[in-house]
Ligand binder design. Sequence first.
Ligand SMILES: [Zn+2]
Length: 343
Amino acid sequence: MKRRTFIKTLPALTALAASGIALGEDSKPAASPAPDKSGEAPAPGVDAKRLKAKDTLTAIEMDRGEAIAFELLSGAVVRIELLATSARALRTTLKQLKVEESGGRTDYSFSCVLRINGREHTLEREVSTQRSFYEPWAIDGVRLWFDAVQDIFEFLVEAHGECRPRKHARFALQDASARICPEILHAWCPLPEGGLKIGDCYRGEDCWLGAYNGASAHGGLDLNHVEGTPLWAPLDIHDHFYFNSLKMGHNNNRWRGIHRWPNGAEWILQAHHMTELTVEEHMPIKKGEQFAWGAGVLSGAVDHSHFVFKVHDYGETVLLDPWILFWQMYRDKEAAQALQATP
Ligand SMILES: [Zn+2]
């Protein structure tokens, strides 16, 4: 797909490229101390909110200065404190930031500094480059997805779906030895061979929080595929329905499915732009069952499905990058293939 040439390249890009930072990798893989077993690691502290790793990942928003004490499955407690956050535009085609232009593009990076068990780690992400599909960090026994910072709204607006963190930064945490959930995931749609490609996210920008038209943080993950592509349930869906539909007088068909975990967490999955549901609303859907024909309604310049992922737990609903689900789907698919290849 032909892309617009960037008319402004900010110096930060060169600096980033020159630094050779391997984004999305453990920032200090060899140096990280083992999880505390002796009681000598820094105490969780009375100010830290205590959270226990579950068999599903934990979504959390934090303000700078806030700390949490995350208890691993082993019982070891990891103290995680958010020290700093920042974001910067790397390059843009816009005349003015925050003002959409059709086909406009803005790529950016964002970072945070965490103090984990007394040691500082800088985490940096990029959007909407291919690096949007990142590997999570694994630090001191915690798998850590660095989802978003509020600072990106210094140069983006929230006009294309809900996505802004309510606090300075948003993360998903899990015990590094555990999956994102106890169940093997089925593919949500046919998985592109070799992984997700940013060029196939609408016009090459609409990953999670990508700058739609250069200015609006995209509140979902777009995957291009033709009208009539099957959508399957990644998990058993306990309830599902259209919350917007052409039939109800909206401009689009927007579906929501809910999976309730025994541990109390609820996962809310959404898909938009489908032409039709193939399972009646509010009827349960089995994992792997087709529930819709994807793409085709209000899907713009390139037919695609728009995916959304929310975790409802501890009385709060937190939005997360649907890539986290696709990351696990790819791993599950690879594991199944490896098993098949074993005689
Ligand atoms: Zn979209």
